[in-house]
Design a protein around this ligand. Structure first.
Ligand SMILES: [Zn+2]
Length: 157
């Protein structure tokens, strides 16, 4: 695993342990070249998913992107990080077990909203309000940028 700090390929695993109810393995890694420490997660991937955007464009499913958007919508909410991890794993498992390799971006958004609604109303509202614009914009990076909460304080709608 390449060191994210210096690019050295020869990094060492210091510690491995199961995380999130044993659906992933957490590895603490150490880079002997720069002394950097980082963590990786190993997960089962049942199938390689492809996201079909509403424009018809195809894109490999990216768990990190999904995770980023969900974490942003949950910022400053009193929810344990493990709970969020579990929710994300649940969403990904649902997507993977739908029996199709191709998933619509719309479908993903709906599953996320469903999951968020069960956990936290504020996060749900944040996600849902941005998601509506996103469907027109069809641009995930823009979506993530719009989700970023304003620093001046949130309207609690
Ligand atoms: Zn390094």
């Amino acid at each position: 695993m390449r060191c994210p700090f210096c690019g050295n390929i020869d990094t060492q695993v210091k510690d491995s342990r199961p995380a999130e109810d044993h659906v992933s393995i957490r590895r603490r890694r150490f880079c002997p070249a720069c002394g950097g420490r980082f963590t990786t997660y190993e997960r089962v991937q049942l199938r390689d998913l492809v996201v079909i955007k509403s424009s018809g464009k195809r894109e490999d499913f990216d768990r990190d992107k999904l995770e980023r958007s969900i974490r942003i919508s949950m910022q400053k909410r009193p929810i344990e990080p493990e709970r969020i991890d579990q929710m994300i794993s649940g969403i990904v498992r649902r997507l993977e077990s739908m029996g199709e390799t191709d998933v619509g971006s719309k479908q993903i958004g709906e599953i996320v909203m469903e999951a968020l609604a069960r956990i936290d109303t504020v996060a749900y509202v944040r996600f849902a309000s941005v998601y509506k614009n996103f469907q027109q914009a069809d641009d995930f990076d823009k979506f993530v940028a719009e989700l970023r909460p304003q620093t001046a304080g949130e309207p609690e709608s």
